[in-house]
Design a protein around this ligand. Sequence first.
Ligand code: HEC
Ligand code: HEC
Ligand code: HEC
Ligand code: HEC
Ligand code: HEC
Ligand code: HEC
Length: 499
Amino acid sequence: MKLPRTYYNYISYLGTIIAAIAWLTLIFFVIQINFFHINNVYFDLYTFVVTPAFLVLGHVLIPIGMYRTRKKLKKGIPISDEKLLVLNLRDPKTRNAILIFSTVSIFFVISTIVGSYKAFHYTESVEFCGKLCHKVMQPEFVAYQNSPHAKVKCAECHVGEGADFYVKSKMSGMRQVFKYTLGTYIRPIATPIENLRPARETCEKCHWPQKFYTNALRKEKYYLADSANTEWDITLNMKIGANHQALGLTEGIHWHINPDINIEYKSNVKRNIIYWVKKTNKKTGETTIFKDSEIDMKSIDKSKSEARSMDCMDCHNRPSHEFRSPSRYVNDLMAAKVNISSIPWFKAAAMDALKTSYSTSDSASSEIKNKILNYYKDNYTEFYKKYNQQIISAINEVKAVYARNAFPEMKVDYSVYPRHIGHLESNGCFRCHNDKFKSEKGKLISKDCNLCHTIVAQGKLNDMKYIGINGSLEFTHPVDIGDAWKESNCMDCHSEIYK
Ligand code: HEC
Ligand code: HEC
Ligand code: HEC
Ligand code: HEC
Ligand code: HEC
Ligand code: HEC
């Protein structure tokens, strides 16, 4: 077999070897994928990204070598015959040369593959996502560590499977690194993430609609802002699934993700104000459109008015990094520590300190301390003296839970990233379920207090009212506000009280 004279040079030889190995590897991977049905992102990455890169490299090196030799030949530089590839395997020198050369090449190719595998693995890791851009991702990273998904990698929700999304996410990642370096990113980081992968391709890899969830009891403890920090408990029976599991997704909260149903909605960009809802029964083709006629359309950004199909993330929008409100994390703290809930007026004192927004973590830390101490000095000197040690250690606990839920440098707290499940501090379910959306036939999207849950126990700790698991108590608001809780949305007061 004769090749052009210019081919015989070391660069082209190297190119040939790399290309040959890459071809073999590629064939190997393609066989694996097609015959053994391997469906793995790393395999995809090798087959479609890493190996072709080597293939290209090899094929580029060959002409480069040939071009250089041609230039030499043109200039009249003689090419010594030694550079001709004469493979005389009887010659021990040639044998050694081939051995050394192939060992080095194979080592080189393998170590590059392993290296890129490691690099790939690293860019998918929680450390990379959460720590590399430490300042920017800190709020999400900290909240994530205390979440039910603390063992699920960021990339499993944010990137998902497949080489195409990997590349896409790294491209947008580059842009983010650039903005990070220049410091031009917006604080807080914008949410919702518009091009987040649909839940079908992320959440539903681990959870899926066909898996029926039964009803669940939810026990909440609240502490009122009075001298005794009176404990008020509410137990809700959440109707997540149908009343009987044989009914599947035909009723209950997860009815929205019944594969035969499609709920679409139009909203402002932040998705906290919804003004149009369409329900489609995919089996019968029947559609119903609900409109909220009272909504102030001026508050809605018209530039974004295409409809969005509801999926898991329209309710579970904070599955992993949830920022809780001060009243919630102080309630939790008091529920966990008796020596805090036994300090008179502590709930009120803590709320007084936490209703302000602070500009830095340091000022928050010192101000929370000053404010709580001053609250006692100004109002309850007798308790200030009597409970001094307890108050000081309680302050440290408050500072610690604050630091897990509010990040002044990134301008992040619960009000910036509201959670769409429930309806206390943000409208959540009441974005649609508010008795204001009407269909043409006059049907409402119901706000009935027993639609989504029933209250099976409520009241002051030592004076609770109970009903059997199939019954429901009418809600009693923990402090007397008359019928205000029926007439306005809970959020109208609850996002004001502590803010
Ligand atoms: C269980 C799934 C899940 C995991 C795990 C997860 N996220 Fe998220 N993340 C989401 C969802 C859902 C949103 C909000 C999407 C929306 O509303 O469009 C989001 C939003 C964000 C945002 C935008 C700002 C915000 O808070 O809304 C950032 C930044 C972010 N995530 C970073 C991270 C980092 C860093 C990690 C890992 C330490 C992580 N996420 C882990 C699901 C997840
Ligand atoms: C890699 C697998 C995985 C992915 C992807 C995932 N989850 Fe989870 N999820 C889990 C595990 C594991 C748990 C914890 C189960 C437990 O505690 O029993 C969980 C728990 C939950 C819970 C219950 C939380 C609680 O308070 O107990 C909800 C709700 C949830 N996930 C929603 C989501 C949503 C929404 C997404 C997509 C944005 C998602 N998950 C993506 C694995 C996953
Ligand atoms: C985008 C609008 C929208 C949001 C947000 C929304 N829903 Fe719905 N929901 C609907 C529509 C539309 C119906 C069907 C109304 C009808 O046909 O009567 C419905 C029906 C229901 C039903 C009755 C299902 C049945 O037939 O048994 C429950 C329960 C429910 N929703 C719970 C919730 C909960 C809990 C939340 C918040 C976590 C929520 N919804 C958020 C639009 C919404
Ligand atoms: C209409 C709003 C809505 C949608 C859409 C929705 N969920 Fe839920 N889901 C809820 C509510 C409300 C609860 C009960 C939460 C509670 O008890 O506070 C819940 C509970 C859960 C739980 C915990 C079950 C348990 O027994 O504790 C999981 C897991 C879950 N959802 C996963 C999903 C997944 C996955 C999807 C998408 C396929 C999804 N949800 C879609 C509203 C929704
Ligand atoms: C469309 C569904 C829906 C309707 C209608 C609804 N709720 Fe709820 N409610 C929820 C969900 C979901 C939660 C759970 C929130 C969570 O998981 O933190 C909740 C939580 C609560 C809680 C516990 C408060 C908290 O968040 O800690 C109370 C009390 C409550 N609801 C009372 C009511 C009353 C009173 C009404 C009638 C005016 C009502 N709900 C109507 C869905 C609904
Ligand atoms: C008119 C204003 C107003 C409305 C509307 C309202 N609340 Fe309240 N709520 C209050 C006040 C004031 C408190 C007392 C705060 C305290 O003592 O710490 C309170 C306390 C509570 C508490 C105890 C909270 C805690 O953390 O200590 C719960 C639970 C509660 N409300 C639930 C609801 C629900 C559910 C709704 C809607 C169905 C609602 N509220 C509507 C004003 C309101």
